[in-house]
Design a protein around this ligand. Sequence first.
Ligand SMILES: *[C@@H]1O[C@H](CO)[C@@H](O)[C@H](O)[C@H]1NC(C)=O
Ligand SMILES: [Zn+2]
Ligand SMILES: [Zn+2]
Length: 443
Amino acid sequence: MAILNNLLLFTSTFQLLLLLRVSSESSQTAGDVSQFPTKFLELAKSPDVFDWMMRIRRKIHENPELGYEEFETSKLIRSELDLIGVKYRYPVAVTGVIGYIGTGEPPFVALRADMDALVMQEAVEWEHKSKVAGKMHACGHDGHVAMLLGAAKLLQQHRHVLQGTVVLIFQPAEEGLAGAKKMIEEGALKHVEAIFGIHFTNRVPLGKASSRPGSMLAGSGFFEAVITGKGGHAAIPQHTVDPVIAASSVVLSLQHLVSRETDPLDSKVVTVSKVNGGNAFNVIPDSVTIGGTLRAFTSFSQLEQRVKEVITKQATVHRCNASVNLTPNGKEPLPPTVNDVGLYKQFKNMVGDLLSEESFMEASPIMGGEDFSYFAEVIPGHFAFLGMQDETKSYASAHSSLYRVNEDALPYGAAIHASMAVQYLKDKASRGSEPPKGFHDEL
Ligand SMILES: *[C@@H]1O[C@H](CO)[C@@H](O)[C@H](O)[C@H]1NC(C)=O
Ligand SMILES: [Zn+2]
Ligand SMILES: [Zn+2]
C-alpha cells in the first residue's frame, strides 16, 4: 500500500512539474512583483475579469448543486481553467478540482473556494434566480467559485513572476458533508504549506475584509436521539412509559451543560432545535425524537460525550431508553476554525496595502462552523470574511431564502486571493524557503 502511494505521488508530482514547465515557456511579461497588490484590484475591476466573474457566478447560481453533486459546477470550473490555460487535477473528492499556477516547485500555497448549494427555495425574484426547485446558493459559494477563478486569471497573467506554486482548491460539500476532509484524504494538501479562504458576509461593509488571529469559528456538531418508552391511553398513564416526559426532561437537562458545566468566559452552545413525537390528543406515543446542534471552541468531544450521557441517563430516570446519533444523516462534527497568527498578520498588512488600513476590521469569534477548519488543522490556515454591505440595499444573512451576493464584492475577493498568494510566496522567497522534506527525493 505504502509503495503504491509513493509511486502515485511520484507520478503526479513529476507530471505536474512537466505540465507547469511547458506552460510557463509561453508566458509574457507583465511587470514585477513590487507593483502588487494594488495592480490586482485594478485588473479585477476591469470588465475582462469582473464581467467574466459575474457571468460565472450567475450561471452557477441558476443551477445550484448539493454536496458531492456539483458536476455541472465542476465542469464549468474546468472549462474556464482550460480557457485561461491553467492545469488541474480532477476528480478529487468526487467533484473537486485542484488547479496549479506557477513554477511547479515549492513553496506551494493554496487558495480555497467551496462549490455546494443548500436545500432551500430561493425567495429572491431576479433574472438569474435558481432554476432548481428546492435548491439555492444561499451561502455565496457561487460567488466564492467566481472569485477564485478571478484570482486564477490574475495569477495566470502573472505566472512568470510567481516564486513558487499557487494551488487552487475548488472543494465540494462544505455544508455539513465534510468535503474538505475528503479533499485532504485525496491529497489536496500535498506539499502545501499554507492555505487561505474567503467567505462573504453581510456584517462587513463592501470593500472591507475582516478576520482575527486564533479561534474564529466554533467547532460544530449535530445530534439526534430517539427516546423510547411504551405508548398507550393518555388517560391511563400508569400503564405506559411516557417518552414525552422523558424528552422534556432531557431538553431541560441539556441546558445545564452550558449554564453549569462550562466556564462562563468560554463560549459554548447546546441547542435542541427539533422535537418530534405523538400526533393525537389522547395517545401517549411509543417514542419521541429530538435533535439539535452543539458548538464549542474548546473541549468539543467532552461536550459531545456529556450530551450523549445526559440524554441516555435522563431517559433512564423516566424508565425510557435512548439511542443517540452524533453523526445524523452523515453530518460529521467540524473542528473549530483557528487562524494562524503569522498568516493573520500578513493578511492584515496585505489588506492595508491593497485597500487601506481602515479596510481591515478585527472580527469577533462566532459560533458558526466552516469546514475550512479541516485544512487549517493540517497546515497553517487563514479564513477571512469579505464585506458586501452597502448603503443602497440590505443584504440578508447566509442561509436565508432572501440571500443575495453583492457582486461588487467579487473584484475585492479575487484581488485579495491573488495578492495573498503572491505575498506569501514573495515573503517565503525573501526568507529563503526549504523545499518540503522529501520533495526532491520523489523526483
Ligand atoms: C429498555 O431496554 C431494556 C434492555 O434492552 C429493555 O428490557 C426495556 O424493556 C426497554 N425499555 C423500554 C421502555 O423500551
Ligand atoms: Zn453555509
Ligand atoms: Zn458558506
